[in-house]
Design a protein. Structure first.
Length: 139
């Protein structure tokens, strides 16, 4: 236990008897076991990213299952690179979805797996010299 967790011995609503995070409300915080279960279910990051992009209007109407499979392969590649190198990898939009001067689509040929530090350094900027990698995807 540390200052951010406490133990009541009382099961959460899902039956876990585990430490809880200190919350802002009277009932305490989240059960650590529930949080671990939630993180294990977060493996489908491609569908989460697609959902967020759709809310922004960045998924084109002609996006289909072939595109989804290619997108999921890119997310799997990022996960593989992370396992091999031990360094966190993100899936980057080459042309940002909400850039300053340009806005891109959430499509496989606009995605690439790069290190998290490179992705954070890039931010919402777009390098037009990098345009060749956008069109390397075969439809």
């Amino acid at each position: 236990m540390n200052k951010t967790t406490f133990f009541t011995g009382v099961p959460c609503k899902y039956g876990h008897v585990a430490p809880r995070e200190r919350g802002r409300n009277k009932t305490g915080g989240r059960c650590k076991a529930c949080e671990k279960d939630w993180q294990a279910g977060e493996k489908d990051k491609a569908s989460i990213a697609r959902h967020r992009a759709a809310k922004r209007g960045a998924v084109p109407p002609w996006y289909n299952e072939t595109h989804m499979a290619a997108e999921e392969a890119i997310f799997a590649e990022a996960k593989r690179l992370e396992a091999v190198t031990g360094e966190k990898h993100d899936v980057d939009h080459i042309i940002p979805l909400q850039g300053v001067n340009v806005c891109g689509w959430h499509v496989p040929w606009n995605l690439r797996a790069i290190t998290a530090s490179e992705n954070r350094a890039k931010g919402n900027r777009y390098d037009p010299d990098d345009i060749s990698s956008v069109y390397s995807f075969k439809r």
